[in-house]
Design a protein around this ligand. Structure first.
Ligand code: FAD
Length: 311
């Protein structure tokens, strides 16, 4: 119930304006976001890499309805990749970027699909020049078909382009079977959105079971699975499945969000696993923050306490 209310709040312009204008929100934002400028993302990337992590950087923003904004986001990613390369941080995919299709035009009223395709191709090309790649994030369920179409088209030129499967969607095991091919980089997550009953699974236990099923398909296949979860039970299952299947530690990776379960990130990296941290930066942090609050009631309590103690 609370989760649904918070996810509805993430789409509310009124709530966005109220919360973003409140200077007391800053402490909470700082826990999940590297900073507002690309420089802050570079500093955090260098630190995480020194701690043995891989990184994927997200320039915050989504649901763009303005073509100029979609172009500006694309240019920001291209600049970021140039900076990562110049700083020696991106080679061999040590730092890559994650891009939301609606941030680069998928939701534009006119030619959204084409615009997103062109913009993603520019970013993927800059990534290639920087010795790294792109993962295309998966957003709310109405965007899934369009996003998978983008991935299929882009992979003709950029076969290492990553894509995302969300286990809360009923279609996902089938998507995993289609995507589990040689060289295919697939991020598996539970999904940060809600969908109607015919489309999505509602119960946490069902979503977890679906995650384990999808994970098995990906780990049994010849692709490169990217297991994005903080769930200790699923991480244990992943390790067992990989071990039993004889998968070398460098043939898949764990992924977690910046600021969440950092001890577990260090433990896994210390044990020789590949761990990639999803590192967001930028000033358009509202939707991202509310989704993190929705995932865990304790975060909401932390948020409310921060507001109360400072007001
Ligand atoms: C690298 C990465 C990329 C992602 N990309 C996408 C994407 O493209 N599309 C998409 O829909 N979703 C994406 N997500 C979000 C994902 O779908 C989940 O919403 C999120 O990861 C929480 O699910 P969980 O698997 O960690 O399990 P949960 O069952 O939600 O959490 C398990 C445990 O992890 C910890 N935890 C989880 N979330 C939080 C939090 N916010 N704050 C503090 N502790 C927490 C808690 O200890 C919790 O008990 C991504 C997640 C990661 C890690």
């Amino acid at each position: 119930m609370l989760r649904q209310a918070l996810l509805a709040l993430s789409a509310s312009d009124k709530a966005r304006a109220l919360i973003m204008a409140n200077p007391l929100t800053r402490d909470v934002v700082n826990r999940f976001v590297a900073g507002e400028a690309a420089g802050a993302a570079l500093v955090a990337t260098r630190r995480l890499q020194a701690e043995g992590m891989l990184v994927t950087i997200d320039f915050l923003g989504e649901d763009t309805v303005d073509p100029d904004r979609a172009t500006a986001v694309t240019e920001e990613y291209v600049r970021l990749l140039d900076q990562l390369s110049a700083a020696g941080l991106s080679s061999q995919g040590r730092a890559e970027v994650s891009v939301k299709p609606t941030a680069v035009g998928l939701g534009l009223a006119e030619h959204g699909q084409n615009r997103a395709l062109e913009n993603l191709a520019k970013i993927a090309s800059a990534a290639r020049n920087a010795g790294t790649t792109v993962t295309v994030d998966m957003e709310d369920h109405p965007w899934v078909e369009g996003t998978l179409r983008l991935v299929t088209e882009l992979r003709a030129d950029f076969p290492d382009l990553g894509c995302v499967v969300q286990s809360y969607l009923r279609r996902s095991p089938e998507d995993c079977r289609d995507l589990a091919v040689a060289g295919s980089r697939v991020r598996l997550c539970k999904g940060a959105y809600r969908a109607p009953a015919g489309v999505g699974l509602a119960a946490r236990s069902e979503v977890d079971l679906s995650y384990a099923r999808c994970m098995r398909i990906l780990l049994d296949g010849p692709g490169y699975p990217m297991l994005a979860t903080h769930d200790p039970r699923l991480i244990r299952i992943a390790a067992t499945m990989a071990d039993r299947g004889g998968r070398p530690a460098d043939s898949f990776e764990y992924q977690m969000l910046y600021g969440i379960r950092t001890d577990e990130q260090s433990r896994l990296a210390g044990d020789g696993s590949r761990v990639r941290v999803y590192l967001p930066y930028g000033s358009d942090w509202y939707g991202y923050l509310v989704r993190r609050l929705a995932e865990r009631p304790a975060n909401l309590a932390f948020f409310l306490r921060a507001l109360r103690s400072r007001s």
